[in-house]
Design a protein around this ligand. Structure first.
Ligand code: SF4
Length: 209
């Protein structure tokens, strides 16, 4: 077994919680991931139930006043833009996809407010299709481990897809987010308790505060 697969398997055993935006279906995963841009997932999960209580269907969201949507999510970053995007996204999905969330990357990334990371989360968490969601944690960790060199999430996504077997793509996002919050944190990582330190190529590994 190669070191990359071993690393992912070790992280999978250690981090068993489901993904924060894995809300059990494509629609909720799509809207929650859109809301999570530059916002902590915890903040999103605080406002999300209230938003869906008020606007329980895509039709409700499409017909809503943007200000009403914005009021429901006003505690999170960029809430006005996100409210606009949610209304526009619901409208497009109803008109062009018969109210069903599309399950192809090429369709998802054309929706308002949806980039490749959000689309990948929807594909993996919502549809169970292999996709490589490169968020800030996956970006940082895979650079430190020496798996990626790219300067943008899009390039890193391509690098990782070439390097990692498809069946592990989704696991890397789910476990990477948890590992990145717990041990391989931004700033000074806690390498002294890292379960995969022996394979890590980070120049500043074991750096002390
Ligand atoms: S050794 Fe340190 S930098 Fe490397 S993966 Fe582990 S926590 Fe991150």
């Amino acid at each position: 077994m190669n070191k990359i697969v071993q690393t992912i398997n070790i992280l999978k055993k250690r981090y068993t919680a489901k993904g924060m935006v894995d809300l059990g279906n494509p629609e909720d995963t799509l809207i929650a991931t859109l809301l999570s841009a530059r916002t902590r997932d915890e903040q999103v999960l605080k406002v999300y139930p209230g938003l869906r209580k008020k606007f329980s269907t895509l039709t409700n969201l499409a017909q809503a006043n943007v200000k009403e949507i914005a009021r429901c999510i006003s505690s999170i970053g960029l809430y006005r833009n996100k409210a606009k995007a949610i209304k526009a996204l619901a409208t497009r999905i109803i008109k062009e996809y018969n109210g069903k969330i599309p399950d192809r990357m090429e369709d998802l990334i054309t929706l308002p407010g949806v980039g490749r990371k959000t689309a990948s989360c929807v594909l993996w968490y919502g549809f169970g299709k292999p996709a490589m969601a490169v968020d800030v944690h996956v970006f940082r960790i895979t650079h430190r481990l020496g798996w990626a060199k790219g300067k943008t999430p899009e390039i890193v996504e391509q690098e990782l897809m070439k390097l990692i077997p498809k069946k592990f793509w989704g696991d890397l996002n789910r476990t990477g987010v948890q590992f990145g919050r717990d041990i391989c944190r931004p700033g000074i990582p806690q390498c002294y308790r890292c379960p995969v330190a022996k394979w890590c190529k980070f120049k500043y590994k074991n750096m002390k505060a």
